[in-house]
Design a protein around this ligand. Structure first.
Ligand code: MN
Length: 147
């Protein structure tokens, strides 16, 4: 890895491939993933850039590992735990272990964000029907969630 991956504009970096967010979940094709730094650089965490296309969303999930997110582009909203938050560039989102989370881009704008995560991590799980019942008990959360 070169020490500097030059920024090419439009939220892409030289030598960094844009990968699908999840090959197992084709409904999430609206999300691109770029690994900017990670284990190959001697880190025990990965720094990724994700971009959710307008109207798209990430997986509703929780896992034992945590995330630190910094919004770089566009606007959207995030469910973190029990609350839905508006997101703007440079907002920082802290997702604690075992916390439900989902990010959505606004209809008219992409949502691009850096996400730091442990290299060694559990895959995480989606909601059971009982989890969904509890999450949807709140109208704001019910309106936000996408499966
Ligand atoms: Mn996650």
């Amino acid at each position: 890895m070169k020490p500097v991956a030059r920024y090419r504009g439009d939220f892409q970096w030289e030598g960094v491939a844009v990968e699908p967010y999840s090959s197992e979940e084709p409904q999430l094709r609206d999300v691109g993933r770029q690994v900017l730094a990670g284990a190959d650089d001697g880190l025990r965490c990965e720094l990724r850039y994700f971009e959710v296309q307008p109207g798209g969303h990430t997986r509703l999930e929780r896992h034992r590992h945590a995330h630190a997110v910094v919004v770089l582009r566009g606007s959207g909203r995030a469910l973190v735990g029990d609350e839905v938050w508006d997101l703007r560039p440079y907002d920082v989102v802290r997702v604690a272990p075992s916390t439900w989370h989902q990010l959505r881009a606004d209809a008219a704008h992409p949502l691009g964000f850096l996400c730091m995560v442990d290299c060694e991590r559990d895959r995480g799980t989606g909601p059971t029907p009982a989890d969904l019942d509890r999450l949807r008990a709140d109208p704001q959360r019910a309106a936000f969630i996408r499966l």
